[in-house]
Structures are given as structure tokens and as C-alpha cells.
Design a protein around this ligand. Structure first.
Ligand code: HOZ
Length: 432
């Protein structure tokens, strides 16, 4: 591969970081261990671009792992943050902004009658499952292999994302007793779910799913799979939970549920709805949300929940989510998908592109990828070399095969074209 010198400033920072931060990073996948090379230390970002500490510019396809749908440092979002900060950074008391935020979420997601703000996607899924357990009086939950729902103990079972990337889908430190109430099934297998309900229906509190998986790479649901989850939950008095932390406001303004015309009992949101700040939310049917303290017996709280700066960034972002943006994202996504597919077709490499709207993955495996068994057949060494080649040419894809790439409204046609050109060159080199 061409240009394999590691950037000096990032290398020096990484050496310092490794002495005082586990793996030198505050979230494992950022360490580049799955792809090799030195993690880039980012100094600033604007629109579709990242600039590292060596002042190297990259077209960014991570978008902070999803939130930056408008691109980085959107002027309206920056203004909202600046203005909110001058009024104080945190009160630990309710604000008008939080009411506006909740009203906005409820209006975007018809399945959500009441919503609670939290600070991260992990908190949102944890709290949604606690609510479901409190509401049903049952303990068992079902998740799907390769879906990642944050790092709560009972959800780190056959989890995707970083856990899958590092081969530890079942984390150390999770008591067997905690994991025992989490059953896992293959994604996209409605009949396995039906059989499990036949076997243990009376024990099952909830089924949680990423409606388009982003955390084993981008894996769309098969026709009817999501509807089957909701239907089986309804018939067994269990709670259906769509974890739309990644897909919410991404695959449509109202997430995958809006795109598919479905109404889960509960929804978890994060990333885009936080406008790039630590803000997430969970919500759903009133009868379930009324179980949350102080209305009901399910406890959940947070000092920074509904933080005024985060909510200001969120509202400024949500304000820009219009049809024109989603049309543009679809066009850019289609352009990238078609370009990558034609570059793959010029080689003999086994690879496929899977995309829903502006989230996408180039798998180094023959497609289609329907579940974790399919995804894990990917040639991750080849992905690593692809990642390095793209980075050397100024295109920053997620540093792991099992993470989705994201496009923003700031990406231009020319950005995508240059990424496709780079990918064509890198794929050709991979063949040699
Ligand atoms: N697990 C996150 C993406 N699915 C990565 C978060 C991060 O490193 O910022």
C-alpha cells in the first residue's frame, strides 16, 4: 500500500495516551487494533471533514458514530450551544427546553407517548428494559446475536460493535446470573423467535432489536421480521423495544419505525437526537412510561439528564431534519453504494455493500449478510488493509468491519466521487 508513514503528532499523543488511558482511548474501537496503524487524534472538524493533530484532512464517514447528520460544527448548532452555555451549564432542575425537546420527540415518533431524557444510548436501553421488566413483572429478555445495545451487563451477551470486533462478545465481569436472563437468537429469524415464545413466553419481559443493525456492520431487516417481533410481543404480553439509537432520525426523520410504518411499545434514541452532545432518550406507550418514578415504582435518574446545553444542540439539529435533507442523504448514499459496487466488480475480491439510506457497510464477504453468522465470515484482515489504504488517501471509515459508516448532509457529490476513486485504487492494490 502507498504512503504508510504514521503521522508524527498522532503517534506522539498515542504514546502518551497509552500510559494513562487503557489502550490509549476512551472507547475501544478508536484504538485501531482491528485495522492496524496509529489512531488519528482529531484537532477539529467542519462539515464533512476531520483534521487531525498533524493537520491532515479526512473525508469523515464516522460522523461521531452517527450523530453528525448535519456535518460537523453546523453554525446553528454551534450558536445554540454557545448561547445556552452563557445561561449556565447545568441546573439539576427542569427547564422549558426539556419540555420542547420531549414534545418534539413525541411529535416525530407517534409510538412514543411519553419520553425521558438520559445521557447516553447505554442508559436509554438499560432504562427501557428496566421499565419493561417493571411493567410486565417478568425477568427474561431476548436480544439478537450481533446487535449491540450499549454496555450494560445484561446486554453484553453476544453483542456486536466493539465487543464483536475484539472477539469478546461476552464480556468478562458480567456475572453468569445476570446474563442468564438474556436469551439470544439469530437476527432476521422470526421463526426462532416464535419458537422461543412458545417455549418460554410467560417469562419474557421484552424483545430488544436494532431495527437496522449498525453494530455488526449495516444489516437490514428482512421483510416482515420487525412486524413479527411486534406481533409476537403483543400476543405474549411482552414489550417490543426498538433500539433506534443509531437509526433514529437517520434512516428517516422518524427512524426505521417511520420508514416501515411500525409502532413498537418502546423506543430508545440517542446520537442524532443529541445533536453531537451527550443526550439520549427512551420512551413509548404511556401505560409503560407511567411505571417510571416518580409516577411508578421503576427507578431511573441522572444529574445531567436533559442538560440544557445538550438539549439546545438537539433542538437546533432536529430543526434541520427536513425532507430535502433525507432526499440528499439518499442520493449521496446511493452514489457511494453504486461507486463501491462498481469498484468491487472490477476485482475478484469477495465483497458486498449493504446500505439503508445514509448508513452503509462494505463487507469483505460475499453477500447478502443477514445475521451475525454471515457477518463474521468477513475477511477482517482485508478490511484492515482497506481501511489503512483509505486513510492514507484521506478517507476516514470506521476502524472496524463491524461498524456502519455514516454520510452527512455536508458531504458533497465531489466528496463521494473522490472516496469512490480512492476505494477503486485501494481495492486494486488489495488484489495484488
Ligand atoms: N461502539 C460505538 C459505535 N458503535 C463506538 C463509540 C466510540 O468509540 O465513540
Amino acid at each position: 500500500m502507498s504512503q504508510r508513514t504514521e503521522p508524527a503528532a498522532s503517534s506522539a499523543l498515542f504514546a502518551r495516551a497509552e500510559r494513562v488511558i487503557p489502550g490509549g482511548v476512551n472507547s475501544p474501537v478508536r484504538a485501531f487494533r482491528a485495522v492496524g496503524g496509529t489512531p488519528r487524534f482529531i484537532a477539529r472538524a467542519e462539515g464533512a471533514y476531520l483534521y487531525d493533530e498533524d493537520n491532515i484532512k479526512y473525508v469523515d464517514y464516522i460522523g461521531s458514530w452517527g450523530p453528525m447528520i448535519l456535518g460537523h460544527a453546523h453554525p446553528d448548532v454551534v450558536r445554540a450551544i454557545q448561547s445556552a452555555a452563557t445561561r449556565g451549564t447545568s441546573y439539576g432542575a427542569p427547564t422549558a427546553l426539556e419540555v420542547q425537546f420531549a414534545e418534539t420527540i413525541v411529535s416525530l415518533y407517534p409510538s412514543i407517548e411519553m419520553v425521558r431524557a438520559v445521557s447516553s444510548g447505554t442508559e436509554a436501553t438499560m432504562a427501557a428494559i428496566r421499565a419493561a421488566r417493571g411493567y410486565t413483572g417478568r425477568d427474561v429478555i431476548i436480544k439478537f446475536e450481533g446487535c449491540y445495545h450499549g454496555h450494560a451487563d445484561f446486554l453484553l451477551v453476544k453483542a456486536g460493535s466493539g465487543a464483536a470486533t475484539f472477539g469478546v462478545p461476552d464480556s468478562a465481569g458480567v456475572p453468569a446470573a445476570t446474563a442468564a436472563n438474556t436469551l439470544t437468537l439469530p437476527f432476521n429469524d422470526a421463526s426462532a423467535l416464535a419458537s422461543m415464545f412458545e417455549l418460554r413466553g410467560a417469562e419474557i419481559a421484552a424483545v430488544i432489536v436494532e431495527p437496522v443493525v449498525g453494530n455488526m456492520g449495516c444489516v437490514p431487516p428482512k421483510e416482515g421480521f420487525l412486524a413479527a417481533i411486534i406481533d409476537l410481543c403483543n400476543r405474549n404480553n411482552a414489550v417490543s423495544i426498538f433500539d433506534e439509537v443509531m437509526t433514529g432520525c437517520r434512516v428517516s426523520k422518524s427512524g426505521m419505525q417511520g420508514r416501515a410504518g411500525l409502532s413498537p411499545d418502546m423506543t430508545c434514541l440517542g446520537k442524532i437526537i443529541g445533536g453531537g452532545m451527550p443526550l439520549a432518550a427512551y420512551g413509548g406507550r404511556r401505560v409503560i412510561m407511567e411505571k417510571i418514578a416518580p409516577l411508578g415504582p421503576v427507578y431511573q435518574a441522572g444529574t445531567l439528564s436533559g442538560n440544557p446545553i445538550a438539549v439546545s444542540a438537539a433542538l437546533a439539529t432536529l430543526n434541520h431534519l427536513d425532507d430535502a435533507l433525507y432526499e440528499k442523504l439518499e442520493r449521496r448514499g446511493a452514489q457511494l453504494e453504486a461507486g463501491l459496487n462498481s469498484a468491487i466488480a472490477e476485482t475478484k475480491i469477495d465483497a458486498c455493500v449493504q446500505r439503508v439510506g445514509s448508513m452503509l457497510t462494505l463487507f469483505f464477504a460475499r453477500g447478502p449478510i443477514h445475521n451475525w453468522d454471515d457477518a463474521k465470515r468477513s475477511n477482517t484482515a482485508q478490511f484492515g488493509r482497506f481501511h489503512q489504504g483509505m486513510l492514507a488517501r484521506g478517507h476516514y471509515f470506521p476502524p472496524a468491519q463491524f461498524e456502519a459508516a455514516f454520510i452527512s448532509g455536508a458531504h458533497t457529490e465531489a466528496d463521494i466521487a473522490s472516496t469512490v476513486k480512492a476505494a477503486r485504487d485501494v481495492l486494486r492494490e488489495l488484489e495484488r
